[in-house]
Design a protein around this ligand. Structure first.
Ligand code: ZN
Length: 339
């Protein structure tokens, strides 16, 4: 059985292996390569690669936390293939993740519940598929980061969005728990084709916040464009990010330019739109793009509490969703900011 999994990985790659084993499997025997790497399948969609003499970076590249977000899954698959065939050298310890194989096989975002709300312990008390997988992924991340205490820690959780966005690619910088926003990381994103960043305003259940909060990792949710089925992604659109991820894996310096606010669209959260009652109305089209902005005085929502009227021209909306139960968040009002 063990030999079969490793053989399957080597012959067909991580994506095909994960697709064929959605419900998980036991940790497999490590594979030693002639490039002095140890490659080990820890579970379905979870692969750790460790060089005999690693540099000081521990890197997590995760994908498929939402099962239908195929481009990041294809990116992870490609990186792993290049490592296995020896064309990509490895200097950083790297953990690769395809998050939700069951949802992936159904071409769905999730089966029971959005997994990216279930990290940082928010899976507790829930026994469905996504909650169990979120708990397991937390454990793999914990084991990975805890193996070294002195390494620089990075976690890029790659996504594509259902909704269009005024800024096609953007990163969500998790709430830093009092630490400074890291401008070098923003420089990395700029060099990787991502110049829009939403600064997190509070703790959350996202995978990236888990790594940031628990391990002080430089962790981000990265939205790379629009959701498409497998095979329909134009991988050229992701080439800048791919190239820089390869550089991180190889331990190469990434050419960046010094941080300058004018190179970025930085947004902070101004308000949360909470649906208070059945009278709630969100006065925008269903397909409005993320970061669409409004004029002062525009009545964005109506509700029993008076709703939300735009206070200043330029306020924008992200993640609008009116089809939610009362008491839940129907979107975020954001405004431009500088660091
Ligand atoms: Zn996503």
């Amino acid at each position: 059985m063990q030999r079969t999994m490793n053989k399957f990985l080597i012959e067909k790659g991580l994506l095909e292996l994960t697709r064929a084993n959605e419900s998980g499997f036991e940790q497999q025997e490590p594979i030693k390569t002639k490039e002095n790497l140890t490659i080990q399948l820890l579970d379905t969609g979870v692969l750790v690669v460790e060089p005999d003499t690693p540099n000081d970076s521990d890197l997590i590249i995760s994908s498929g936390v939402h099962g239908n977000e195929t481009a990041p899954i294809e990116m992870v698959d490609e990186l792993v293939k290049k490592i296995i065939n020896g064309s990509l050298k490895v200097r950083a310890r790297t953990l690769f993740i395809i998050g939700n194989a069951v949802a992936m096989n159904q071409s769905e975002r999730f089966v029971i519940e959005n997994m990216n709300r279930l990290f940082n312990g928010k899976h507790q008390g829930k026994d469905h598929h996504e909650a169990e997988r979120a708990k397991k992924l937390e454990n793999y991340v914990t084991d990975f980061f805890n193996k070294r205490s002195d390494a620089r820690r990075f976690h890029y959780d790659l996504h594509t969005a259902i909704r269009g966005s005024k800024y096609k690619k953007f990163a969500i910088y998790p709430f830093p728990d009092g630490r400074d926003w890291d401008k070098h990381q923003l420089e990395f994103f700029l060099a990787s084709g991502v110049n829009t960043v939403l600064l997190g305003h509070q703790p959350s259940g996202t995978f990236s916040y888990f790594s940031s909060h628990q391990f002080s990792a430089h962790a981000f949710t990265v939205e790379l464009g629009k959701v498409k089925p497998f095979g329909e992604n134009n991988m050229q659109e992701f080439s800048a990010m791919m190239q820089n991820l390869e550089r991180l894996i190889q331990g190469e310096t990434i050419p960046t330019q010094p941080f300058n606010n004018s190179d970025f669209n930085l947004f902070q959260v101004k308000d949360e739109l909470v649906k208070q009652s059945d009278n709630f109305k969100l006065n925008i089209a269903d397909d409005v793009e993320n970061f669409t902005d409004f004029e002062e005085g525009f009545v964005l929502t109506e509700d029993i509490d008076g709703g939300y009227t735009v206070q200043k021209t330029g306020e924008a909306i992200v993640f609008p969703n009116a089809k939610i139960p009362n008491g839940q968040r129907a979107g975020l009002v954001v405004e431009k900011t500088q660091l």
